[in-house]
Design a protein around this ligand. Structure first.
Ligand SMILES: Nc1ncnc2c1ncn2[C@@H]1O[C@H](COP(=O)(O)OP(=O)(O)OP(=O)(O)O)[C@@H](O)[C@H]1O
Ligand SMILES: [Mg+2]
Length: 290
C-alpha cells in the first residue's frame, strides 16, 4: 500500500555486515517536501540507512519504496525477488546523494564536474549538460566560479559543487550524509544556508547530521538512531525540547557539554547557541519553513 504523502517508505529493513546486524527492522516514512534529520551516536547505522535509500548498499530483508517505486527488492519471504535494473534505475533517478567527502574530479573544472555525470549517465549533449550544470551552480551561488578547478575553491564551495552535482540530476529527493563534517567551522554556515534554501523551495531532504542547531531549526522530523534501531522520532520540539528517551537525553547532554563555551579560569558558563536548545530552554516553534 502506497502512502502518497511519503516520498520514501521503509518497512522491516534489515541489514548486516557479516554476522553483525547494523539495521534491525527499520520502519520509516520520509514525508514529501519536508526535511528529515537523522541524528544519533557514531556507528548507530545512520549512513547505512541513508545508503540503503539510494541503493548504494543492498539489504537482506524489508522493502524501500521511492515515490511508490520499489528499490532493491520487492515482495517478502519466498516471493521476494531482486528488482530489475530498470526498476532500480527508475527509483534511483529520483534520488540525489551528497557525500561528506565531496569527491570532485581535480582535473575537471567546476562546470565539468557537474556536467560530466549528465553526459555520462543521463546521455545529454555537451551543450545541454553545460546549460543544466550552470543552472545548478547558480542555485548554490557559484555562477562566478564555473571555470575554476576544485583546488582553487574553499571546502564550503567544493561542497556546494557537490550539492549542485546532485541538483543537476533533477532529483525529487536529496540525501545528505554529514555534508558539513569535513569542513572548517567557519565554512559550515554557507553550506547549511544552501540547504535551508533548498528546504524552503520544498525539496524533500534526508540529512544525516551532527549539526543539532540546523536539525532543530530546519527539520520537520527528527529521527534518532541507536544500535541499529530508530530509538526515537518526532518534531524538533519533541526530540530537543524534553525528550522522554534516556538515550536521546544522554546523547544531547553529551553534545551540549562538548558545544558549550566556558570562560576560564573561574568565570560563568557562556551558553553557545546549541546549548540553548537544551530541555528547560525555549523550544523551537515550527520547522523553519515559514
Ligand atoms: N562496509 C562495511 N563493512 C563492515 N561494517 C560496516 C561497513 N559500513 C559500516 N559498518 C559498520 O556498521 C555500523 C554502522 O555504521 P554506519 O556507518 O552506518 O554508522 P553511522 O551512524 O553513520 O556512524 P558515524 O556517525 O560514525 O558516521 C558500524 O558498526 C560500522 O562499523
Ligand atoms: Mg555515518
Amino acid at each position: 500500500m502506497t502512502n502518497r504523502e511519503s516520498a520514501i517508505e521503509i518497512r522491516g529493513l534489515k541489514k548486516s555486515f557479516g554476522k553483525f546486524p547494523v539495521l534491525d527492522d527499520i520502519d520509516l516514512d520520509i514525508p514529501r517536501s519536508a526535511v528529515t534529520c537523522i541524528i544519533g551516536p557514531s556507528g548507530s547505522g545512520k549512513s547505512t540507512l541513508l545508503r540503503c535509500m539510494a541503493f548504494l548498499t543492498d539489504f537482506e530483508a524489508g522493502s524501500i519504496l521511492i515515490e511508490g517505486q520499489p528499490l532493491g527488492f520487492v515482495g517478502e519471504g519466498a516471493a521476494r525477488r531482486a528488482c530489475t535494473n530498470k526498476e532500480i534505475n527508475a527509483a534511483r533517478e529520483r534520488v540525489g546523494f551528497v557525500f561528506q567527502q565531496f569527491n570532485l574530479w581535480p582535473h575537471l573544472t567546476v562546470l565539468e564536474n557537474v556536467a560530466m555525470p549528465l553526459r555520462l549517465v543521463n546521455k545529454l549533449s555537451k551543450s545541454e549538460a553545460a546549460g543544466k550544470a550552470r543552472k545548478a551552480l547558480a542555485k548554490v551561488g557559484l555562477a562566478d566560479h564555473v571555470s575554476k578547478y576544485p583546488t582553487f575553491l574553499s571546502g564550503g564551495q567544493q561542497q556546494r559543487v557537490g550539492i549542485a552535482r546532485a541538483l543537476a540530476q533533477d532529483p525529487h529527493i536529496i540525501l545528505f550524509d554529514e555534508p558539513t563534517s569535513a569542513l572548517d567551522p567557519e565554512l559550515v554556515g554557507e553550506v547549511l544556508q544552501v540547504m535551508r534554501d533548498l528546504a524552503a523551495d520544498g525539496m524533500t531532504m534526508v540529512v544525516v547530521t551532527h549539526e543539532m542547531g540546523f536539525a532543530s531549526q530546519v527539520a520537520d522530523q527528527v529521527v534518532f538512531t541507536d544500535k541499529g534501531v530508530i530509538a526515537a522520532k518526532g518534531s524538533p520540539a519533541e526530540i530537543f525540547g524534553n525528550p522522554d528517551n534516556p538515550r536521546v537525553r544522554s546523547f544531547l547532554a553529551n553534545y551540549f557539554e562538548r558545544n558549550t563555551i566556558r570562560s576560564r579560569p573561574a568565570g560563568r558558563d557562556v551558553p553557545a547557541a546549541a546549548g540553548q536548545l537544551g530541555w528547560g530552554m525555549p523550544l523551537v516553534e515550527g520547522s523553519g519553513r515559514a
